[in-house]
Design a protein around this ligand. Structure first.
Ligand SMILES: Nc1nc2c(c(=O)[nH]1)N[C@H]1C(S)=C(S)[C@@H](COP(=O)(O)OP(=O)(O)OC[C@H]3O[C@@H](n4cnc5c(=O)[nH]c(N)nc54)[C@H](O)[C@@H]3O)O[C@H]1N2
Ligand SMILES: Nc1nc2c(c(=O)[nH]1)N[C@H]1C(S)=C(S)[C@@H](COP(=O)(O)OP(=O)(O)OC[C@H]3O[C@@H](n4cnc5c(=O)[nH]c(N)nc54)[C@H](O)[C@@H]3O)O[C@H]1N2
Ligand code: SF4
Ligand SMILES: [Mo]
Length: 693
């Protein structure tokens, strides 16, 4: 009989990092479940379950490769790991000698599993670490840092106890993380009310108590009108506000023009409904969440809109309240210290090349502003950047204007893609390093922050099926070749894990029992009478001296977003429950079958205007770029909007299932590698024409 095993680990089919339980029989993965010790149930999202299909798919890079033709020609030469690593190390040495280590940039998916890439950059002395957040949550993050001194993700939402939640385009049940979606459903099943605001219908809308289709990009007007009612009608939590909020008088005088009647004209949401939301939320306070979203951070004024949402939460007193927003507790709150690999090397002293933290003092350097990198490469300003490493990141597929990236790559001496799939970026790289998949490698220990912090570990379930290496092996080997081996002092991943756990009384073996290690039995809440925010004043800053000094108003006057010119629609994109982003899952055998291509959703009025019918193939064009896609007509899309799922129009021919299917949104978002005040690309300020083919 074949040997059966259960291995607990962490999913990586998206960045939700759900704890999983993997069933292995005779060395073959049979099924991936949710970890019942964490979730109380074994179900997972469809992508998590499709990890088995990903693992056993052969359509992925199977060995290291060096380019053997023009960039993008798809011509590769199989090489050994030694040859690939020597090739990269020689180029990097040369670049360091001529331009300094700061000429090496790396981008990744951020988060707690980025430790080893960050350590590598620190070891060589480059400050140019970037994340994907320029097209994800930069503006939400920077807004929260300025209001409360917290990152977007260092607070959590107590959905289960929440009585009233207002959600602005955060598609919680489709753009989902398994545990969060479950908690939202539990909230609704136990009588909590969700108001959902989007520019189109989504599954999240179907679970809402009220759903409004808002005029695109006008949510800031809605937030200001809600603040207007709450402040003028004294609906706020006066105790909390008096104790913790700096700038109430400033807020009061600022919001006077922004009445519900004014906001009705901007947003299309009736003034009476806006008043009702304010009163109903106040009735439920402090068990209220004004959800700040994850991204949708794609309009120019987004930073100020997100600040307004956090201010609404402060007015409701929902910080650290049951059913509100809680500050996520880490290992330290439970009396433990977990060592992080990055702590081994000092932070680089050189200035970043993107201006985060310097030219833009309020945009935090730890996530970076990746959209400026192509320009830095092209101009050599403020200094030369000569190498780029895409580590678990696909900027060509997930950032606007792939052509601009491809052109910038031509100025580089080295482009490396470290991936588990054929990403679009890997197709234009000089070297492809196949990473061992999440089921084939062990990563660093992470802390699952929350009310009950836990330790969790991604563990190797099976040996790599192909000639792949873990990120630990890759970055350690590169550091050693560059004479920086002392920064990777561990023999292997297990030694690193045990080093991280030193002094806690736990070891690697402890993860085998149930996959996670509980650091506390009971939820940890801070004393609401004694909260500290990490802002200069230690309080929630409606008025921020720091911003004002940097030339950014604490509260900015609302600006109406530019409307699509005549004969054009606004292009909006988003996720579907069965796919992850650009290239992680679109070629997955199971998931591709469920959702093989995207469609362009438009309103019947728009369909009439363009003379198109359901199912017609159309050419969508913008700014010289054009894509072909089929139309779907729905009355539940804003008449100004053309919506498509993100991540289609795959240009990489070796991905035979997804190649050429549907349209690419990023190709149409030309000219959007811009820096908004929050540090994001204003993707949804793209206008398109539609022509029937
Ligand atoms: N299945 C799946 N789940 C995922 C992911 C995935 O790729 N697939 N990715 C994960 C990641 S990294 C993230 S950041 C989150 C993203 O989570 P979300 O931010 O919820 O993601 P999107 O699907 O991009 O949803 C954006 C929504 O904003 C709406 N929208 C656009 N313009 C406006 C506007 O002006 N006002 C309002 N109110 N709404 C507007 C769009 O119609 C869309 O429904 O999802 C995470 N979960
Ligand atoms: N127009 C438009 N643009 C968008 C979005 C949108 O909705 N519309 N969504 C935005 C959002 S919210 C985000 S977060 C970004 C995401 O942008 P990305 O971070 O680029 O997206 P992913 O597809 O998750 O991952 C990128 C690459 O990581 C690889 N990968 C997956 N797992 C592993 C692994 O274990 N190891 C390694 N080495 N590689 C791995 C995948 O194969 C893929 O090539 O895209 C953003 N861009
Ligand atoms: S939400 Fe789904 S894909 Fe993302 S980590 Fe969780 S199970 Fe995996
Ligand atoms: Mo994201």
């Amino acid at each position: 009989m074949a040997e059966k095993r259960i291995v607990y680990s962490i999913c990586a089919m998206c960045t939700g990092r759900c704890p999983i339980m993997v069933e292995v029989e005779g060395g073959v993965i049979k099924h991936i479940w949710g970890n019942p010790h964490v979730f109380g149930a074994k179900s997972l999202c469809p992508r998590g379950a499709a990890g088995v299909a990903f693992e056993y798919d052969n359509e992925r890079p199977q060995y290291p490769m060096i380019r053997d033709g023009e960039r993008g020609s798809g011509k590769w030469r199989r090489v050994s790991w030694d040859e690939a690593l020597d090739f990269i190390a020689d180029k990097l040495k040369n670049i360091i000698e001529n331009y300094g280590a700061k000429a090496i940039a790396l981008s990744d998916r951020g988060g707690p599993h980025a430790e080893l890439h960050k350590l590598f950059l620190r070891a060589i002395g480059s400050p140019n670490y970037f994340t994907h957040h320029a097209t994800c949550s930069n503006s939400v993050h920077n807004a929260h840092m300025s209001v409360a001194g917290h990152a977007r993700n260092t607070v959590g939402y107590d959905y289960k106890n929440c009585k009233y939640m207002v959600v602005f385009g955060r598609n919680l049940l489709e753009s989902l993380v398994t545990g969060e979606a479950r908690n939202v459903i539990e909230m609704i099943n136990s009588g909590g009310k969700m108001v959902y605001i989007d520019v189109r219908w989504t599954y999240t809308a179907s679970k809402a108590y009220k759903f409004f289709i808002i005029n695109p990009g006008t949510d800031y007007a809605l937030a200001l009108a809600l603040i207007n009612v709450i402040v003028n009608q004294h609906l706020y939590d006066a105790d909390f506000v008096n104790r913790y909020v700096v700038g109430l008088d400033y807020l009061r005088s600022f919001i006077q023009p922004y009445t519900p009647e004014w906001a009705e004209k901007e947003t299309g949401i009736p003034a009476e409904e806006i008043r009702k939301i304010a009163y109903e939320a106040a009735e439920a306070k402090p068990s209220v969440i004004f959800h700040p979203g994850w991204m949708t951070a794609w309009y120019s004024q987004d930073f100020h809109f997100r600040r307004a949402i956090y201010i609404l939460n402060a007015l409701m007193g929902s910080y650290e309240a049951k059913g509100g927003i809680f500050i996520s507790k880490g290992a330290g709150d439970a009396g433990y210290k977990i060592k992080q690999p990055t702590s081994i090397a000092p932070a680089p002293k050189e200035e970043r090349c993107d201006g985060a933290g310097t030219k833009y003092p309020w945009i935090r350097g730890q996530w970076g502003i990746l959209q400026v990198l192509p320009e830095v490469i092209e101009t050599g300003e403020p200094y030369a950047v000569k190498a780029y490493i895409a580590m678990r990141h696909d900027p060509l597929a997930d950032m606007p204007d792939p052509e601009v990236w491809i052109k910038a790559f031509d100025k580089l001496d080295l482009v490396v893609a470290i991936d588990v799939n054929w990403s679009w970026t890997s197709w234009y790289a000089d070297v492809i390093l196949p990473e061992a998949t999440y089921l084939e490698r062990t990563d660093n220990v992470i802390v699952r922050k929350g009310l009950k912090p836990q330790l969790a570990l991604r563990q190797k379930v099976i040996d790599p099926r192909f000639d792949a290496k873990s990120r630990f092996q890759i970055f350690k080997a590169l550091a050693e070749r560059l004479g920086k081996g002392e920064y990777f002092p561990w023999k292997d991943e297990i030694e690193m894990v045990n080093w991280q756990l030193e002094g806690t009384g736990f070891t690697f073996e402890d993860f085998s029992k149930k996959g996670v290690i509980d650091l506390t039995k009971d939820p940890i809440w801070y004393d609401r009478n004694n909260l500290k925010f990490n802002t200069p004043s230690g309080k929630i800053e409606v008025y921020s001296e720091f911003l004002e000094k940097a030339g950014v108003p604490s509260l900015a006057p609302y600006e109406r977003p530019e409307a699509p010119p005549d004969g054009m629609l606004r292009l909006i994109s988003g996720k579907v429950a069965v796919h992850t982003q650009g290239r992680t899952t679109s070629n997955n055998p199971y998931l591709n079958e469920l959702c093989p291509e995207n469609y362009l959703y438009i309103h019947p009025e728009a369909a009439k205007k363009f003379g198109v019918k359901e199912g017609d193939l159309v050419e969508v064009s913008s700014n010289g770029a054009s894509e072909k896609i089929r139309v779907r007509i729905s009355p539940y899309v804003h008449p100004e909007v053309a919506f498509m799922l993100h991540g289609f129009g795959d240009p990489v021919p070796v991905r035979t299932r997804s190649f050429g299917k549907g349209a690419s949104d990023v190709r149409l978002m030309k000219g959007k590698l811009k820096v908004t005040v929050g540090g994001n690309c204003p993707l949804f300020e793209t206008f398109v024409k539609i022509n029937r083919i």
